[in-house]
Design a protein around this ligand. Structure first.
Ligand code: ADP
Ligand code: ZN
Length: 519
């Protein structure tokens, strides 16, 4: 069967070889086994269900969450000579009816549907009479509350399967690898003994870096100018920030576009197409931009703000270098970023358990911004893919000029301050005490009488906070998962306090903190 799969790969797609993981997933589906394929964006998931669809005798139904994404995929398939169609709310009743008739007549191998359609009687009536060989569930993390894009309509899938006259083989595809999401996919989609394949998370052609304390607008202008011929995306957290940055770039004569949910459909479409066809080089956008965009020659992705979690970050950053040529992924970390994301989580998530979960993921994102170790390794470990060698050698941390410095004394000051504070306060208070700040809270609580008060008076508060964050990121300290996270000492910190072990960290020159991060 795999030989046939390879022939199709060449004939319809023009590729000679499968990418890592693809052949296994295809083999597993063709072998009739339910399959969960966890592969990052751009790794080539679509092929993994499209090729089996062509080889299996009946029809494959593809559940897909986004109307625009469906149309793009079906257009591409049709162009390649593969009989496919989609059925969703963008069609008129008569057009949907026509497609259903063709479906009944066996004209399609692949039918894309939105999850809402799965329970529609008219759809079930037709599907119930057909041989459905496979059900491919794209963006399968949408079934899970723990994913970044929960869609209740995905819960229809299991009912749909149960109602089919014969159970097809089921393939679930996602880029989200956390254990909770994987379990939800398995359980809520009613998969049977699924084979799980996690592959392709490593994107060797991408280089990652995190810049802290940068003057963001200045950095972006310089960077964009220096890379004038290249396509790039700049993600910012809010519409307002997108528009301000966009205006600034335009003023400097840079051919930029903008994209966010505040623009109307027509304008968004126009902006997106301009970018796709290289009429503009730089797209300034919120995270609304990019789902389903297959532009291969994006050379850089700059995050103007830290996103809310590693999944979002990697998905967005991963839109660079899809053609395999180098891509640069730069995250501009600002001290306000975690606060903004906390605020957004507070505002949007009500259920306490879920809120805690989101905050935990936020902390893992903050840790990424502060780890002194290899950024690529941090990412791969996060997604559950094993890492072997020392460090990648080409991320910002691997290549930084920073030296391994013994920071034991600094760490001891921080730890003893936390100890004196009885592990009851968050990062801000700790930094204020070490700085010797005269703020009201410190005075009211009498914290200015602690022996650790003012121990780091010569540093800026921001530098002290950064140091604490680094000690969190490297596991000496832990933040509680509460609404106001409190810093706790980990056992490793006690060893340091007792002088039994030393703390070495690669220390980078922190840039001068910028007072005003806005434009
Ligand atoms: P995903 O859905 O995982 O984000 P896609 O299925 O859209 O990724 O594939 C990303 C790109 O990689 C597409 O342009 C696709 O044609 C290409 N691609 C997929 N498989 C291969 C392969 N075996 N060899 C070369 N290119 C491939
Ligand atoms: Zn590295």
């Amino acid at each position: 069967m795999l030989t046939k799969a390879r022939v199709i790969l060449k004939k319809y797609y023009g590729y000679d070889e499968f990418r890592p993981g693809q052949a296994k997933v295809i083999g597993s589906l063709l072998g009739g086994k339910d399959t969960i394929a966890i592969m990052p964006t751009g790794a080539g998931k679509s092929l993994c269900f499209q090729i089996p669809a062509l080889l299996l005798p009946g029809i494959t139904i593809v559940v897909s969450p986004l109307i625009s994404l469906m149309k793009d995929q079906v257009d591409a398939l049709t162009e390649a000579g593969i009989p496919a169609t989609f059925i969703n709310s963008s069609l008129s009743g008569s057009e949907a009816g026509r497609r259903l008739q063709h479906m009944r007549a066996g004209r399609y191998k692949l039918v894309y549907v939105a999850p809402e359609r799965l329970t529609a009687d008219w759809f079930l009536a037709v599907v119930g009479q057909l041989k459905i060989s496979m059900l491919a569930i794209d963006e399968a993390h949408c079934v899970s509350q723990w994913g970044h894009d929960f869609r209740p309509s995905y819960r229809n899938v299991s009912t749909f399967i149960a109602n089919l006259p014969a159970r097809p083989v089921i393939g679930a595809f996602t880029a989200t690898a956390t254990p909770e999401v994987k379990n939800d996919i398995e359980n809520l989609l009613a998969l049977q003994w699924p084979q799980v394949h996690i592959t392709g998370f490593d994107r060797p052609n991408l280089s990652f870096s995190v810049l802290r304390g940068e003057n963001k607008p200045q950095f972006v202008q310089k960077y964009v100018k220096a890379n004038a011929g290249q396509a790039g995306i700049i993600y910012a957290a809010t519409r307002k920030e997108v528009d301000t940055l966009y205006t600034l770039l335009k003023k400097r004569g840079i051919a930029a576009g903008h994209y966010h949910a505040g623009l109307n459909d027509e304008e968004r479409k126009f902006q997106q197409e301009q970018f796709l066809y290289d009429d503009i080089r730089v797209m300034v956008a919120t995270n609304a931009f990019g789902m389903g965009i297959d532009k291969s020659n994006v050379r850089y992705v700059i995050h103007y703000n830290m996103p809310k979690n590693m999944e979002s970050y990697y998905q967005e950053a991963g839109r660079s270098g899809r053609d395999g040529a180098p891509g640069e992924c730069i995250l501009l970390f600002g001290p306000q970023d975690p606060l903004l994301q906390r605020f957004l989580i507070d505002k949007s998530v009500e259920q306490p358990e879920r809120k805690q979960h989101e905050l935990k993921k936020l902390q893992e994102m903050v840790d990424y911004c502060h780890t002194p170790d290899c950024l690529r390794h941090y990412i791969l470990q996060y997604f559950g893919e094993p890492t072997t060698e020392e460090g990648c050698g080409h991320c910002g941390n691997c290549t930084a000029d920073g030296e391994q410095v013994d920071i034991t004394v600094d760490a001891q000051k921080v730890f003893s301050c936390i100890y004196r504070l009885k592990e009851r306060f968050g990062i801000s208070v700790i930094a204020d005490v070490l700085k010797g700040s005269k703020n009201k809270k410190v005075q009211q609580l009498g914290l200015d009488r602690l022996p650790t008060y003012g121990l780091m008076a010569e540093r800026t508060v921001q530098a002290i906070k950064s140091l604490v964050q680094r000690l969190v990121a490297t596991g000496y300290l832990r933040l509680t998962e509460s609404e106001y996270p409190v810093v706790k000492l980990e056992p490793e910190a006690s060893l340091v306090l007792r002088g039994e072990t030393r703390v070495w960290q690669k220390v980078f020159t922190e840039r001068q903190p910028v007072q005003d991060d806005t434009l």
